[in-house]
Design a binder for this molecule. Sequence first.
Ligand SMILES: [Zn+2]
Length: 445
Amino acid sequence: MISLQYAAALATLLLATANAATPTSSYLPQSSPAFLPKFSAPTGVITAWPPANTAAALPSGPLSTAAFTLSGYPAMNEVVKNAATDPNIVPVIAAIDWTKVPNIPPTNDTIGASYPSSDPNCWWTKGGCVTPKISYIPQDIYYCPTPGTWGLTYDDGPMYYYPVTAENSKWAEPNLYDYLLNHNNQKADLFYIGSKVMGAPAAAQRGLNDGHVICSHTWSHPSMTTLTNAEVVAEFYYSLRMMKEVLGITPKCWRPPYGDVDDRVRAIAWQMGMRTIIWDLDTNDWNINGDQVAPGPGAITYTEANNTVNGWITNRENGNDTKQGHVVLEHELSNATITLTEFWLPTIQKLYNTMPATACNNIAQPYWEESFVYPIQGKVAVNTNGTSSTTPVTTISGSNSTSSSSSGTGSSGPSVVKSGAAAGQIQAVTSVMGLVFAAAVALVL
Ligand SMILES: [Zn+2]
């Protein structure tokens, strides 16, 4: 339960938002996922942000070795078999309004070869489309509206290696999380794969406890547009279920593996409570081959990935990167990706206002559990004691993420809370100034 003080503070903010907001388009109404089991709250993780004990140091160093008993999940790293008849998935399928899911067949190489250049399905893989062709789904989040902002995101975590050896452990979590903590307490968005949370739940808990924003990156990391509807539902379901059981949160954000999303997949994700986040800069770190410590099947060298980032940095130093901020795709995936990000982060922090991509898009509440209220760009989060900053928001998403209504509360326990929101899915707690600016931005996009 959220405190009355906190609720009052939040209500005030939301009221200000409501009074200032221009009604958004008629997005499908959303609700927090009611299909997840009623897990008891997990131990070892925070239940709010800022955490109740703000004076306590954030965790660092070796991970907890607390045991987890996780059952009822499909095989790790595999697309769910027989999803259409999976007893966990059947009720979720029944809860989705399929009249609002475009009848787009799963993609394959044949379809890809003959796909029309008009891009009727807003298939990102084919042309980088981020604005759905269906009106009731918002635009993907893919950049930071404010120039000079770097939206820091890491996919494919939490990172761990088996077998656990001294060498492997040097690079696995909490390596990156400790590094971020020791470098200005840097926060990021972490797009977790459900299977990997199952493999490294303590690392996932560290990510949440350190104040990073956790989003879904599916259960097994497939190309989502190649899956059947039931398989898409299952990939989302088991990812959400894993994060609810281990972390006690239900993310409103997800990122498609390989960026492979179309309006069919977007519509299913949206009805399961999540908005799509892409990127506008790709380090290609995921594609680095084995010239670093970790061997990989990649197609580029570490030097090539390094040169890519160096090019962005040089561009910024030369005063040429002034049109918009960026959402940058990086990975906690291998020795090479960790090396690359840790090498560049201090420079990036000097040149850019560095924050999670959700923060630069003014998404304060990225989970359906509303006790988590994160700082957003130009604004300090509401504290759990009810006080809040009145620092004006300097900008807001150029996409249609603003909403004038509050979703339900769900600070703990099962996610069964219905949303009152009929518009934007991710709530942006914003100031009047921010919304006015947002309208201006929207007009010129
Ligand atoms: Zn990925």
